[in-house]
Design a protein around this ligand. Sequence first.
Ligand code: SF4
Length: 479
Amino acid sequence: MPTDARGAPRRRAIHFVSLGCPKNRVDTEAMAGIARAEGYELAASPDQAEVLVVNTCGFIDPAKEESVDTILELAEVKARRPGTRLVVTGCLSQRHGDDLAAELPEVDHFLGSADVPRFREVLAGRAPRMAVSELDRRSYLVDHEAPRLRDGPRHFAYVKIAEGCDRPCGFCIIPKLRGPQRSRTIPSVVEEVARLADEGTREICLIAQDLTRYGVDLEPAVGLEHLLDALVRIDGIAWIRLHYAYPSAVTPELARRIAGYDKVASYLDVPIQHIDDEVLRRMRRGYGERRVRRMLDDLRAASEDAGRRIFLRTTLLVGHPGEDEDAFARLRDFVAEGHFDHLGVFPWSREAGTPSAMLPSRVPDDEARARADEILAVQAQVSADRQREFVGRVLEVVVDGPSETSEFVLEGRHEGQAPEIDGKVLLVDGTAEPGAVVRARVVAADTYDLVASLDLERPVEVAAESESDDEGGAFAPIT
Ligand code: SF4
């Protein structure tokens, strides 16, 4: 039994490092729940733990490097504390487990991206060193039965509704990291979301590799629309937010639910990756510019019908083989049209094992990075123009907590801003608890963030076009 500084017996402690995306974080929280059930307490510092766990990311080179660096850092801690065990899990382990095992003798156990249930064996010392399972349709998926020990704010939570992906995108290694598509049942998701609502969670961020293929693998098959129809009946939830939709799978029915359901945040994260037909063909995305524009039209139509603006986030990939100057110019001009409120852009990186890695007509890395910077600069102008439209308006804002900038400032978000990836609303002239939903008048805007006053009578220097909006009732939708 481990003892504390005074020699008194204490519970065994475990330290987790969760890398990569929110889908990986959900897996880490499930492993943390298993550890607690096995009598472990979470240690904030690796120097206080008997077991060290790195849940790795293996998506692109920078993520792989960060994972290996983190493993080596914790291996140094292990070297200082004999008897400590080091466990590596997640995508890098799934992809390169055998190589890592050969190169990193310090690591005691390797688990894959779908081996959360085997974590109990690891803690009990019954697991083999290499415990990475092959991925198939029966591979594990965190569901309502997983003892998730959630990390972070209580008022919002990621809920993984499906895992894996069946799409053939040429640049993407994720199907090899997470396996084929497998969806949870609607009752399983409803049970988890209802439990989260009972625990005071107000905002649910639905995640998957491809949210819009949710349920196609279930018997009988269901769709994301059906899941939303069930989730909006749960009391206590303010916002259900949709992440990682596939452009050609965004239907008018889905658009109507995003705009029409009060409980669905009028927000959609839909990575289009590019707009040039030839580049999208080489990316094996299965759609072209016309389909993207039809999706935008459907979203705009649903938004106008419901009188509720749908905020859009997208992700672009520049420098993909075959992206010549003209193709890039088309993308840059498309971004300048101003369709997106939030946009992320990545330079293509050659991932061994993907079809795109074998393609000719490569774009030099520094050129790809320069293109990414150029897109960001164009989007910054789009964002600044859009932000200015908010000044003078009264918004519904969820409070995330105190701001890092000042003790007199709170941080929050309006429904068009997702946690951890989009801009925020800095709240002044008042206080409120994390998770509270407040009304605030926007008094200033910068490229990505807004400043809003909890004192609705506070005069605003620059009046917005339509002063009338704040008469639209307590939770006036943002049109
Ligand atoms: S849909 Fe997304 S996760 Fe699936 S292969 Fe394409 S890029 Fe990868």
